[in-house]
Design a protein around this ligand. Sequence first.
Ligand code: SAH
Ligand code: SF4
Ligand code: F3S
Length: 478
Amino acid sequence: MSDLTQEKSRSAAPPARAEKRVHIKSFGCQMNVYDATRMADVLAPEGYAETDNAAEADLVILNTCHIREKAAEKVYSELGRLRVIKDERAEQGLSTMLTVAGCVAQAEGAEIMRRAPVVDVVVGPQSYHRLPTLIDQARTKRRAIDTDFPEEDKFDHLPGPSRQVIARRGASAFLTVQEGCDKFCTFCVVPYTRGAEVSRPVERILAEARELAAAGVREVTLIGQNVNAYHGRGPDGTDWTLAHLARAVAEVPGIARIRYSTSHPRDMDDDLIALHRDLAAFMPYLHLPVQSGADRILAAMNRKHTADDYRRIIDRVRQARPDIALSSDFIVGFPGETEADFNETMRLVADIGFASAFSFKYSARPGTPAADMADKVPEAEASARLSALQALLTEQQKAFNAASVGRTVDVLFEKAGRHPGQIAGKSPYLQAVQVNGPAALVGTIAPVRLTGIATFSLFGDLINTPEPAANLGMETHA
Ligand code: SAH
Ligand code: SF4
Ligand code: F3S
Protein backbone atom coordinates (compact mmCIF):
# COMPACT_ATOMS: atom_id res chain seq x y z
CA MET A 1 0.00 0.00 0.00
CA SER A 2 1.44 3.37 -0.94
CA ASP A 3 1.78 6.15 1.60
CA LEU A 4 -0.97 8.11 -0.08
CA THR A 5 -3.58 5.39 0.00
CA GLN A 6 -2.74 4.70 3.60
CA GLU A 7 -3.20 8.36 4.50
CA LYS A 8 -6.49 8.39 2.64
CA SER A 9 -7.77 5.23 4.27
CA ARG A 10 -7.14 6.84 7.64
CA SER A 11 -9.74 9.53 7.05
CA ALA A 12 -12.05 7.96 4.47
CA ALA A 13 -12.36 4.42 5.82
CA PRO A 14 -15.63 3.21 7.34
CA PRO A 15 -15.65 3.41 11.17
CA ALA A 16 -14.90 -0.28 11.71
CA ARG A 17 -11.56 0.06 9.91
CA ALA A 18 -10.69 3.53 11.18
CA GLU A 19 -9.09 2.01 14.28
CA LYS A 20 -5.56 0.75 13.89
CA ARG A 21 -4.09 -1.87 16.13
CA VAL A 22 -0.81 -1.99 17.97
CA HIS A 23 0.72 -5.04 19.61
CA ILE A 24 3.43 -4.29 22.18
CA LYS A 25 5.55 -7.12 23.52
CA SER A 26 7.82 -6.27 26.44
CA PHE A 27 10.84 -8.06 27.81
CA GLY A 28 12.98 -7.09 30.78
CA CYS A 29 12.23 -5.01 33.82
CA GLN A 30 9.32 -3.05 35.23
CA MET A 31 10.61 0.05 33.49
CA ASN A 32 9.90 -1.63 30.16
CA VAL A 33 6.43 -2.61 31.34
CA TYR A 34 5.79 1.03 32.23
CA ASP A 35 7.28 2.24 28.95
CA ALA A 36 4.94 -0.09 27.07
CA THR A 37 1.94 1.60 28.66
CA ARG A 38 3.39 5.01 27.82
CA MET A 39 3.97 4.02 24.18
CA ALA A 40 0.32 2.97 24.08
CA ASP A 41 -0.56 6.39 25.53
CA VAL A 42 1.44 8.12 22.79
CA LEU A 43 -0.23 6.02 20.09
CA ALA A 44 -3.83 6.19 21.38
CA PRO A 45 -4.45 9.72 19.98
CA GLU A 46 -3.08 8.45 16.65
CA GLY A 47 -5.96 5.96 16.51
CA TYR A 48 -4.12 2.86 17.72
CA ALA A 49 -5.88 0.46 20.09
CA GLU A 50 -3.89 -2.29 21.76
CA THR A 51 -4.22 -5.92 20.78
CA ASP A 52 -2.74 -9.07 22.30
CA ASN A 53 -2.56 -10.67 18.87
CA ALA A 54 0.42 -9.76 16.70
CA ALA A 55 -1.29 -11.19 13.60
CA GLU A 56 -3.99 -8.53 13.69
CA ALA A 57 -1.64 -5.63 14.44
CA ASP A 58 -0.83 -2.82 11.98
CA LEU A 59 2.04 -1.89 14.26
CA VAL A 60 4.13 -4.34 16.30
CA ILE A 61 6.54 -3.02 18.92
CA LEU A 62 9.18 -5.25 20.48
CA ASN A 63 10.17 -3.56 23.72
CA THR A 64 13.52 -5.20 24.32
CA CYS A 65 15.95 -5.88 27.17
CA HIS A 66 19.75 -5.93 26.98
CA ILE A 67 20.56 -6.95 30.54
CA ARG A 68 21.79 -10.47 29.79
CA GLU A 69 22.84 -12.11 26.55
CA LYS A 70 19.81 -14.41 26.48
CA ALA A 71 17.44 -11.47 26.82
CA ALA A 72 19.14 -9.60 23.98
CA GLU A 73 19.15 -12.66 21.69
CA LYS A 74 15.37 -12.98 22.00
CA VAL A 75 15.03 -9.98 19.70
CA TYR A 76 16.28 -11.86 16.68
CA SER A 77 14.16 -14.96 17.28
CA GLU A 78 11.11 -12.74 17.77
CA LEU A 79 11.91 -10.85 14.57
CA GLY A 80 12.04 -14.15 12.69
CA ARG A 81 8.56 -15.01 13.94
CA LEU A 82 7.23 -11.56 13.11
CA ARG A 83 8.65 -11.65 9.60
CA VAL A 84 6.38 -14.63 8.87
CA ILE A 85 3.36 -12.73 10.21
CA LYS A 86 4.30 -9.63 8.23
CA ASP A 87 4.55 -11.69 5.02
CA GLU A 88 1.24 -13.43 5.64
CA ARG A 89 -0.48 -10.13 6.25
CA ALA A 90 1.12 -8.66 3.12
CA GLU A 91 -0.46 -11.50 1.10
CA GLN A 92 -3.83 -10.32 2.41
CA GLY A 93 -2.97 -6.76 1.35
CA LEU A 94 -2.31 -5.60 4.93
CA SER A 95 0.77 -3.67 5.90
CA THR A 96 2.62 -4.21 9.19
CA MET A 97 5.00 -1.70 10.67
CA LEU A 98 7.68 -3.35 12.81
CA THR A 99 9.35 -1.38 15.58
CA VAL A 100 12.19 -2.37 17.90
CA ALA A 101 12.17 -0.28 21.10
CA GLY A 102 13.84 -0.61 24.50
CA CYS A 103 17.37 -1.27 25.61
CA VAL A 104 18.55 -3.49 22.75
CA ALA A 105 17.37 -0.79 20.35
CA GLN A 106 19.49 1.69 22.32
CA ALA A 107 22.57 -0.52 22.47
CA GLU A 108 22.48 -2.14 19.03
CA GLY A 109 20.12 -0.03 16.95
CA ALA A 110 22.37 0.28 13.92
CA GLU A 111 23.17 -3.43 13.96
CA ILE A 112 19.46 -4.31 14.12
CA MET A 113 18.87 -2.14 11.06
CA ARG A 114 21.70 -3.93 9.26
CA ARG A 115 20.85 -7.49 10.32
CA ALA A 116 17.06 -7.26 10.09
CA PRO A 117 15.72 -5.51 6.99
CA VAL A 118 12.21 -6.42 8.15
CA VAL A 119 12.45 -3.75 10.88
CA ASP A 120 10.90 -0.38 9.98
CA VAL A 121 11.62 1.68 13.10
CA VAL A 122 14.24 1.54 15.86
CA VAL A 123 13.60 3.74 18.87
CA GLY A 124 15.54 4.02 22.15
CA PRO A 125 14.01 4.29 25.63
CA GLN A 126 14.52 8.07 25.75
CA SER A 127 12.90 8.81 22.38
CA TYR A 128 9.62 6.90 22.25
CA HIS A 129 7.57 10.08 22.61
CA ARG A 130 8.62 10.60 18.98
CA LEU A 131 7.02 7.36 17.81
CA PRO A 132 4.27 8.97 15.70
CA THR A 133 6.86 11.04 13.80
CA LEU A 134 9.13 8.04 13.33
CA ILE A 135 6.26 5.91 12.08
CA ASP A 136 5.25 8.59 9.61
CA GLN A 137 8.85 8.93 8.51
CA ALA A 138 9.16 5.18 7.99
CA ARG A 139 5.97 5.23 5.95
CA THR A 140 7.27 7.83 3.57
CA LYS A 141 11.04 7.24 3.48
CA ARG A 142 11.14 3.67 4.74
CA ARG A 143 12.96 2.91 7.97
CA ALA A 144 13.71 5.33 10.79
CA ILE A 145 16.09 5.16 13.74
CA ASP A 146 16.21 7.34 16.85
CA THR A 147 18.55 6.31 19.64
CA ASP A 148 19.52 9.79 20.79
CA PHE A 149 19.57 10.87 24.39
CA PRO A 150 17.60 13.98 23.43
CA GLU A 151 18.05 17.32 25.17
CA GLU A 152 14.33 17.44 25.86
CA ASP A 153 12.86 15.19 28.53
CA LYS A 154 10.51 12.62 27.01
CA PHE A 155 8.22 12.98 30.04
CA ASP A 156 7.52 16.59 29.02
CA HIS A 157 6.24 15.30 25.68
CA LEU A 158 4.18 12.32 26.78
CA PRO A 159 0.41 12.73 26.97
CA GLY A 160 -1.34 11.92 30.28
CA PRO A 161 -2.11 8.25 30.75
CA SER A 162 -5.09 7.34 28.58
CA ARG A 163 -8.14 5.81 30.30
CA GLN A 164 -8.28 3.11 27.67
CA VAL A 165 -4.70 2.09 28.39
CA ILE A 166 -5.10 2.17 32.18
CA ALA A 167 -8.31 0.15 31.99
CA ARG A 168 -6.39 -2.65 30.26
CA ARG A 169 -3.86 -2.69 33.08
CA GLY A 170 -6.19 -2.86 36.08
CA ALA A 171 -5.88 -2.01 39.75
CA SER A 172 -2.11 -1.89 40.08
CA ALA A 173 0.16 0.33 38.00
CA PHE A 174 3.81 1.26 37.68
CA LEU A 175 4.79 4.90 37.77
CA THR A 176 8.30 5.87 36.73
CA VAL A 177 9.73 8.49 39.09
CA GLN A 178 13.41 8.15 38.29
CA GLU A 179 15.27 6.76 35.32
CA GLY A 180 18.83 5.96 34.40
CA CYS A 181 21.77 5.10 36.60
CA ASP A 182 25.10 6.62 37.62
CA LYS A 183 26.29 3.70 39.73
CA PHE A 184 28.16 1.77 37.04
CA CYS A 185 28.24 -1.68 38.56
CA THR A 186 30.90 -3.41 36.49
CA PHE A 187 28.53 -6.07 35.08
CA CYS A 188 25.64 -3.83 34.09
CA VAL A 189 24.51 -2.24 30.82
CA VAL A 190 21.83 -0.01 32.32
CA PRO A 191 23.95 3.17 32.65
CA TYR A 192 24.66 2.84 28.92
CA THR A 193 21.16 1.93 27.71
CA ARG A 194 19.18 4.23 29.99
CA GLY A 195 21.70 7.02 30.43
CA ALA A 196 22.40 9.22 33.44
CA GLU A 197 20.14 9.27 36.45
CA VAL A 198 17.23 11.71 36.18
CA SER A 199 14.38 12.25 38.65
CA ARG A 200 10.99 13.53 37.52
CA PRO A 201 9.51 16.56 39.31
CA VAL A 202 7.09 15.81 42.16
CA GLU A 203 4.12 17.64 40.63
CA ARG A 204 4.28 15.60 37.43
CA ILE A 205 4.36 12.37 39.37
CA LEU A 206 1.44 13.41 41.57
CA ALA A 207 -0.58 14.44 38.51
CA GLU A 208 0.04 11.03 36.96
CA ALA A 209 -0.87 9.30 40.25
CA ARG A 210 -4.13 11.27 40.39
CA GLU A 211 -5.00 10.24 36.84
CA LEU A 212 -4.24 6.61 37.58
CA ALA A 213 -6.35 6.73 40.76
CA ALA A 214 -9.25 8.37 38.91
CA ALA A 215 -9.17 5.48 36.42
CA GLY A 216 -9.42 2.87 39.19
CA VAL A 217 -5.79 2.20 40.12
CA ARG A 218 -5.46 1.39 43.83
CA GLU A 219 -1.80 0.48 44.03
CA VAL A 220 1.13 2.33 42.50
CA THR A 221 4.65 1.03 42.36
CA LEU A 222 7.07 3.94 42.12
CA ILE A 223 9.79 2.65 39.83
CA GLY A 224 13.28 3.63 38.82
CA GLN A 225 16.58 1.87 38.16
CA ASN A 226 17.69 3.34 41.50
CA VAL A 227 14.40 4.50 42.86
CA ASN A 228 15.63 5.26 46.36
CA ALA A 229 18.15 7.72 44.92
CA TYR A 230 15.12 9.81 43.89
CA HIS A 231 15.76 13.55 44.24
CA GLY A 232 13.06 15.27 42.17
CA ARG A 233 12.17 18.93 42.42
CA GLY A 234 9.30 19.46 44.88
CA PRO A 235 6.58 22.12 44.62
CA ASP A 236 8.44 24.05 47.36
CA GLY A 237 11.52 24.35 45.17
CA THR A 238 13.65 21.90 47.18
CA ASP A 239 14.69 18.42 46.13
CA TRP A 240 12.48 15.74 47.65
CA THR A 241 13.56 12.27 48.71
CA LEU A 242 11.66 9.11 47.86
CA ALA A 243 10.22 9.04 51.40
CA HIS A 244 8.93 12.60 50.98
CA LEU A 245 7.45 11.74 47.60
CA ALA A 246 5.82 8.54 48.88
CA ARG A 247 4.10 10.47 51.67
CA ALA A 248 2.63 12.82 49.06
CA VAL A 249 1.51 9.96 46.81
CA ALA A 250 -0.24 8.40 49.83
CA GLU A 251 -2.38 11.56 50.06
CA VAL A 252 -3.80 11.01 46.56
CA PRO A 253 -7.44 9.93 47.06
CA GLY A 254 -7.97 6.35 45.96
CA ILE A 255 -4.34 5.27 46.25
CA ALA A 256 -4.35 2.69 49.02
CA ARG A 257 -1.03 0.98 48.45
CA ILE A 258 2.45 2.17 47.56
CA ARG A 259 5.43 0.06 46.58
CA TYR A 260 8.82 1.04 45.19
CA SER A 261 11.42 -0.71 43.10
CA THR A 262 14.35 -1.14 42.54
CA SER A 263 16.45 0.12 45.39
CA HIS A 264 20.18 0.17 45.92
CA PRO A 265 21.54 -0.66 49.40
CA ARG A 266 23.66 2.51 49.39
CA ASP A 267 20.55 4.71 49.15
CA MET A 268 18.45 3.12 51.94
CA ASP A 269 18.21 6.24 54.11
CA ASP A 270 16.69 6.51 57.59
CA ASP A 271 13.56 8.33 56.41
CA LEU A 272 12.73 5.63 53.91
CA ILE A 273 13.27 2.90 56.50
CA ALA A 274 11.12 4.77 59.06
CA LEU A 275 8.34 5.08 56.49
CA HIS A 276 7.94 1.31 56.58
CA ARG A 277 6.86 1.80 60.19
CA ASP A 278 4.93 5.06 59.81
CA LEU A 279 3.01 4.99 56.54
CA ALA A 280 0.18 2.45 56.40
CA ALA A 281 -0.01 2.66 52.60
CA PHE A 282 3.64 1.61 52.32
CA MET A 283 3.53 -2.11 51.66
CA PRO A 284 5.67 -4.39 53.83
CA TYR A 285 7.83 -5.60 50.99
CA LEU A 286 11.34 -4.57 50.01
CA HIS A 287 13.25 -5.59 46.90
CA LEU A 288 16.85 -4.78 47.70
CA PRO A 289 19.37 -6.41 45.35
CA VAL A 290 22.61 -7.54 46.97
CA GLN A 291 24.12 -9.55 44.05
CA SER A 292 26.70 -11.37 46.19
CA GLY A 293 27.54 -12.17 49.79
CA ALA A 294 31.31 -11.98 49.28
CA ASP A 295 33.05 -8.67 49.94
CA ARG A 296 35.74 -9.39 47.33
CA ILE A 297 33.10 -9.88 44.65
CA LEU A 298 31.01 -6.91 45.81
CA ALA A 299 34.14 -4.75 45.45
CA ALA A 300 34.87 -6.12 41.97
CA MET A 301 31.26 -5.41 41.05
CA ASN A 302 31.68 -1.80 42.23
CA ARG A 303 28.67 -2.12 44.52
CA LYS A 304 30.49 0.00 47.14
CA HIS A 305 29.09 -1.81 50.18
CA THR A 306 30.00 -4.97 52.08
CA ALA A 307 27.88 -8.00 52.94
CA ASP A 308 27.75 -6.84 56.56
CA ASP A 309 26.59 -3.37 55.46
CA TYR A 310 23.70 -5.16 53.78
CA ARG A 311 22.97 -7.24 56.90
CA ARG A 312 22.91 -4.05 58.98
CA ILE A 313 20.47 -2.34 56.60
CA ILE A 314 18.17 -5.35 56.77
CA ASP A 315 18.36 -5.29 60.58
CA ARG A 316 17.25 -1.65 60.58
CA VAL A 317 14.43 -2.34 58.12
CA ARG A 318 13.22 -5.24 60.25
CA GLN A 319 13.33 -3.11 63.37
CA ALA A 320 11.01 -0.64 61.62
CA ARG A 321 8.72 -3.31 60.16
CA PRO A 322 9.30 -6.78 61.64
CA ASP A 323 6.92 -8.56 59.26
CA ILE A 324 8.50 -7.14 56.08
CA ALA A 325 8.91 -9.50 53.13
CA LEU A 326 12.42 -9.25 51.68
CA SER A 327 13.46 -9.86 48.13
CA SER A 328 16.76 -9.54 46.28
CA ASP A 329 18.73 -10.13 43.09
CA PHE A 330 21.80 -12.37 42.92
CA ILE A 331 24.46 -12.98 40.32
CA VAL A 332 26.52 -16.18 40.48
CA GLY A 333 29.65 -16.90 38.47
CA PHE A 334 30.91 -13.31 38.35
CA PRO A 335 34.55 -13.33 37.10
CA GLY A 336 36.87 -14.43 39.90
CA GLU A 337 34.08 -15.88 42.08
CA THR A 338 35.54 -18.83 44.01
CA GLU A 339 33.67 -21.60 45.78
CA ALA A 340 34.42 -19.79 49.04
CA ASP A 341 32.91 -16.56 47.67
CA PHE A 342 29.82 -18.42 46.56
CA ASN A 343 29.51 -19.98 50.01
CA GLU A 344 29.48 -16.46 51.43
CA THR A 345 26.45 -15.74 49.24
CA MET A 346 24.73 -18.88 50.51
CA ARG A 347 25.55 -17.84 54.08
CA LEU A 348 24.05 -14.37 53.53
CA VAL A 349 20.86 -15.91 52.13
CA ALA A 350 20.65 -18.31 55.06
CA ASP A 351 21.22 -15.45 57.54
CA ILE A 352 18.57 -13.18 56.10
CA GLY A 353 15.75 -15.37 54.80
CA PHE A 354 14.08 -14.04 51.66
CA ALA A 355 10.40 -14.17 50.78
CA SER A 356 11.26 -14.13 47.08
CA ALA A 357 14.30 -13.50 44.89
CA PHE A 358 15.72 -13.40 41.38
CA SER A 359 19.01 -15.10 40.65
CA PHE A 360 21.06 -15.12 37.49
CA LYS A 361 24.17 -16.59 36.02
CA TYR A 362 26.63 -13.83 35.21
CA SER A 363 26.40 -12.86 31.54
CA ALA A 364 29.28 -10.87 30.03
CA ARG A 365 27.89 -7.75 28.36
CA PRO A 366 29.79 -5.91 25.66
CA GLY A 367 31.22 -2.58 26.77
CA THR A 368 31.03 -3.28 30.52
CA PRO A 369 34.24 -3.47 32.60
CA ALA A 370 33.52 -6.98 33.94
CA ALA A 371 33.42 -8.37 30.40
CA ASP A 372 37.21 -7.91 30.26
CA MET A 373 37.95 -9.34 33.70
CA ALA A 374 40.10 -12.44 34.06
CA ASP A 375 39.21 -15.69 35.86
CA LYS A 376 35.98 -16.44 34.10
CA VAL A 377 33.96 -19.05 35.98
CA PRO A 378 33.39 -22.19 33.90
CA GLU A 379 29.80 -22.53 32.67
CA ALA A 380 29.19 -25.85 34.45
CA GLU A 381 30.44 -24.39 37.71
CA ALA A 382 28.19 -21.34 37.40
CA SER A 383 25.19 -23.56 36.60
CA ALA A 384 25.82 -25.73 39.64
CA ARG A 385 26.04 -22.65 41.86
CA LEU A 386 22.85 -21.22 40.40
CA SER A 387 20.97 -24.46 41.09
CA ALA A 388 22.19 -24.60 44.68
CA LEU A 389 21.26 -20.96 45.28
CA GLN A 390 17.86 -21.31 43.67
CA ALA A 391 17.09 -24.41 45.71
CA LEU A 392 17.77 -22.47 48.90
CA LEU A 393 15.79 -19.43 47.76
CA THR A 394 12.81 -21.56 46.70
CA GLU A 395 12.85 -23.32 50.06
CA GLN A 396 12.80 -19.91 51.78
CA GLN A 397 9.95 -18.66 49.61
CA LYS A 398 7.88 -21.74 50.39
CA ALA A 399 8.61 -21.36 54.09
CA PHE A 400 7.56 -17.70 53.97
CA ASN A 401 4.29 -18.60 52.24
CA ALA A 402 3.63 -21.54 54.55
CA ALA A 403 4.08 -19.28 57.57
CA SER A 404 1.32 -17.00 56.20
CA VAL A 405 -1.31 -19.73 56.31
CA GLY A 406 -3.83 -19.04 59.04
CA ARG A 407 -3.24 -15.28 58.93
CA THR A 408 -5.69 -12.67 57.67
CA VAL A 409 -4.32 -10.20 55.12
CA ASP A 410 -5.78 -7.52 52.89
CA VAL A 411 -5.78 -8.60 49.27
CA LEU A 412 -5.99 -6.23 46.31
CA PHE A 413 -7.95 -8.14 43.69
CA GLU A 414 -6.60 -7.60 40.19
CA LYS A 415 -8.18 -10.13 37.86
CA ALA A 416 -10.26 -13.25 37.38
CA GLY A 417 -8.69 -16.36 38.91
CA ARG A 418 -7.53 -19.50 37.20
CA HIS A 419 -10.91 -21.23 37.57
CA PRO A 420 -14.45 -19.89 37.08
CA GLY A 421 -15.76 -18.21 40.22
CA GLN A 422 -12.25 -17.38 41.42
CA ILE A 423 -10.55 -14.01 41.66
CA ALA A 424 -6.84 -13.37 42.08
CA GLY A 425 -4.87 -10.63 43.75
CA LYS A 426 -1.86 -9.72 45.85
CA SER A 427 -1.26 -9.70 49.57
CA PRO A 428 0.65 -6.79 51.14
CA TYR A 429 3.72 -9.06 50.92
CA LEU A 430 3.27 -9.34 47.14
CA GLN A 431 2.12 -12.95 47.37
CA ALA A 432 -0.31 -14.12 44.70
CA VAL A 433 -3.61 -15.04 46.38
CA GLN A 434 -6.64 -16.86 44.90
CA VAL A 435 -10.09 -16.92 46.48
CA ASN A 436 -13.60 -17.92 45.49
CA GLY A 437 -15.36 -14.62 45.10
CA PRO A 438 -17.39 -12.33 42.86
CA ALA A 439 -15.76 -10.60 39.89
CA ALA A 440 -17.23 -7.36 41.26
CA LEU A 441 -14.44 -7.35 43.85
CA VAL A 442 -11.74 -6.92 41.19
CA GLY A 443 -10.21 -3.49 41.76
CA THR A 444 -10.96 -3.50 45.50
CA ILE A 445 -9.17 -4.54 48.67
CA ALA A 446 -10.73 -7.08 51.00
CA PRO A 447 -9.54 -9.10 54.00
CA VAL A 448 -8.76 -12.73 53.28
CA ARG A 449 -7.91 -15.56 55.62
CA LEU A 450 -5.13 -17.56 54.06
CA THR A 451 -5.89 -21.26 54.09
CA GLY A 452 -3.33 -23.07 51.95
CA ILE A 453 -0.37 -22.90 49.57
CA ALA A 454 0.29 -23.97 46.01
CA THR A 455 3.84 -23.87 44.58
CA PHE A 456 4.19 -20.09 44.40
CA SER A 457 0.77 -18.82 45.43
CA LEU A 458 -1.74 -18.95 48.28
CA PHE A 459 -5.40 -19.82 48.63
CA GLY A 460 -7.75 -18.07 51.00
CA ASP A 461 -11.32 -17.29 51.99
CA LEU A 462 -12.95 -13.89 51.89
CA ILE A 463 -13.82 -12.85 55.41
CA ASN A 464 -16.66 -10.62 54.32
CA THR A 465 -17.55 -8.64 51.24
CA PRO A 466 -17.37 -4.96 52.11
CA GLU A 467 -18.77 -2.26 49.90
CA PRO A 468 -16.02 -1.46 47.40
CA ALA A 469 -16.26 2.30 48.08
CA ALA A 470 -15.95 1.85 51.85
CA ASN A 471 -12.76 -0.01 51.18
CA LEU A 472 -10.56 2.77 49.86
CA GLY A 473 -7.45 3.33 51.88
CA MET A 474 -8.44 0.66 54.35
CA GLU A 475 -5.06 -0.98 54.38
CA THR A 476 -4.27 -2.58 57.70
CA HIS A 477 -1.01 -3.99 58.91
CA ALA A 478 -1.44 -7.72 58.93
N1 SAH B 1 19.00 -1.31 39.29
C1 SAH B 1 18.89 -2.55 39.87
C2 SAH B 1 19.06 -3.75 38.94
C3 SAH B 1 18.77 -3.62 37.51
S1 SAH B 1 19.13 -5.03 36.55
C4 SAH B 1 19.95 -2.67 40.93
O1 SAH B 1 20.91 -1.96 40.92
O2 SAH B 1 19.86 -3.52 41.75
C5 SAH B 1 18.29 -6.34 37.37
C6 SAH B 1 19.18 -7.44 37.83
O3 SAH B 1 19.76 -8.11 36.73
C7 SAH B 1 20.37 -7.00 38.65
O4 SAH B 1 20.05 -6.75 39.98
C8 SAH B 1 21.32 -8.16 38.50
O5 SAH B 1 21.10 -9.13 39.49
C9 SAH B 1 20.95 -8.72 37.14
N2 SAH B 1 22.00 -8.43 36.15
C10 SAH B 1 22.37 -7.23 35.68
N3 SAH B 1 23.40 -7.36 34.80
C11 SAH B 1 23.68 -8.69 34.73
C12 SAH B 1 24.63 -9.45 34.01
N4 SAH B 1 25.52 -8.89 33.21
N5 SAH B 1 24.61 -10.80 34.18
C13 SAH B 1 23.72 -11.40 35.00
N6 SAH B 1 22.80 -10.72 35.70
C14 SAH B 1 22.77 -9.38 35.58
FE1 SF4 C 1 22.92 -1.62 36.96
FE2 SF4 C 1 24.19 -1.22 39.23
FE3 SF4 C 1 22.81 0.76 38.13
FE4 SF4 C 1 21.55 -1.32 39.19
S1 SF4 C 1 22.84 0.15 40.30
S2 SF4 C 1 21.11 -0.37 37.24
S3 SF4 C 1 22.91 -3.01 38.73
S4 SF4 C 1 24.64 -0.18 37.29
FE1 F3S D 1 16.54 -4.70 30.55
FE2 F3S D 1 16.76 -2.17 29.99
FE3 F3S D 1 15.33 -2.95 32.06
S1 F3S D 1 18.35 -3.65 29.83
S2 F3S D 1 16.37 -4.79 32.71
S3 F3S D 1 14.90 -3.38 29.94
S4 F3S D 1 16.59 -1.12 31.92
